[in-house]
Design a protein around this ligand. Structure first.
Ligand code: TYC
Length: 130
């Protein structure tokens, strides 16, 4: 699944008096016909949307398992992982990291898969940043 647009879509702009923008372009009545048939190809760059990956608290998943998850899938140090785990334990929800769509989706799937294989009810979700 891919809902993101590319960072490097090529946009063809046919018509007269295109100007400016990344990549520049060629304009002008080069053939003496009085028509400007310049074609500009510019590189359209767009920042990808970002998604928060969140862990949810529950009463059964062992604290050490949550710390392990944060170390393994979210590249956290033992100290960071412990702090995040305790935050989730106390507040009910906590931030693991912020990623592009497919990376976030993969991390959620990895967490849910490992939790399910260990028969822990740990829940992990992603939400779009504004
Ligand atoms: N509340 C769990 C316990 O007391 C620990 C826990 C922390 C569970 C964070 C899930 O996302 C979680 N064992």
């Amino acid at each position: 699944m891919n809902t993101m647009s590319s960072d490097f879509d090529l946009v063809q702009m046919n018509g007269s008096s295109n100007s400016g923008g990344p990549g520049g372009g060629q304009t002008g009545d080069g053939d003496g016909t009085g028509f400007d048939l310049a074609t500009e190809t510019r590189i359209k760059t767009k920042k990808p949307s970002l998604y928060r990956v969140l862990l949810l608290n529950d009463d059964y998943t062992p604290m050490e398992f949550v710390v392990f998850i944060l170390e393994r899938f979210f590249n956290r140090s033992r100290e960071q992982a412990t702090r995040i785990m305790l935050h989730v334990h106390q507040k009910g929800v906590g931030l693991c990291g912020v990623y592009t769509y497919e990376v976030a989706e993969t991390k959620v799937a990895q967490v849910l898969d490992l939790a399910r294989r260990h028969e822990h009810p740990l829940q992990c979700v992603m939400e779009k940043e504004d």
